[in-house]
Design a protein around this ligand. Structure first.
Ligand code: SAM
Length: 211
């Protein structure tokens, strides 16, 4: 994602009741930030929040948390949520490297990764959000029956992810190389990047996995 500095974004995020500025304080008690305790679904690398905002609207019976590393991007999701005030959506500016300081063991029911940065150079493979480095963290914070869903148009990253997940000993529950023409298309909510790449004719890959 091309990053434009958005002046005042950090302050705007800090002023919003929907952005959790000290996320470590909620470790083990994330349900307390929502009006009702519900299954907790987390998108890591949510960007400007198109997917998660639509998901929260479509599924009021789920609590959603969006994680994004950069204030200049997250602020757009915060602005959307300020307008919509969805009770089941909260946002966090943090790096996924710190997941274990923010979530207790088994606290998360589902993780979404959408169009994660590919980090194409081998020496950066550890930064990919589907690398062993991150799967180990997901293993701690995901509930026993929890699952991970990943979408991308990047075939190399997708193939890397399939291998990484298999090597980690997880089960692939569903795999498609053309999401929009597969049975997984039903109920699919498109992310900002998914719309962009799909309009260019790129097929979208998706996998769902669990322990
Ligand atoms: N998920 C959105 C979509 O599909 O439209 C955005 C995709 S964008 C290519 C990837 C996003 O992940 C960027 O906004 C980036 O800042 C964020 N990101 C990358 N690495 C991250 C990390 N380690 N922790 C949190 N966010 C991260």
């Amino acid at each position: 994602m091309r990053l434009k500095n958005v002046p005042g974004s950090r302050e705007e995020i800090e002023a919003s009741p929907y952005a959790m500025t000290e996320p470590e304080e909620y470790r083990g008690r994330w349900q307390s930030v929502f009006p009702e305790a519900r299954p907790l679904h987390v998108e890591i690398g949510m960007g400007k929040g198109q997917f998660l905002t639509e998901m929260a609207r479509a599924h009021p019976d789920i609590n959603y948390l969006g994680i994004e590393k950069f204030s200049s991007v997250l602020v757009r999701a915060v602005q959307k949520q300020e307008a919509l005030a969805l009770p089941n959506l909260r946002l966090i500016r943090m790096d996924a490297e710190d997941l274990l300081s923010v979530f207790a063991e088994g606290e998360v029911d589902r993780i979404y990764l959408n169009f994660s940065d590919p980090w194409p150079k081998d020496r950066h493979a550890k930064r990919r959000l589907t690398s062993e480095n991150f799967l180990r963290r997901y293993d701690v914070i995901l509930a026993k029956e929890g699952r991970l869903e990943f979408k991308t148009d990047n075939r190399e990253l997708f193939d890397f992810s399939l291998e990484s997940i298999r090597d980690h000993g997880w089960q692939l529950l569903a795999v498609t190389y053309d999401l929009h023409h597969s049975e997984l298309a039903e109920g699919n909510i498109r992310t900002e990047y998914e719309e962009r790449f799909s309009a260019l004719g790129h097929p979208i890959c998706k996998l769902i996995c669990a322990r």
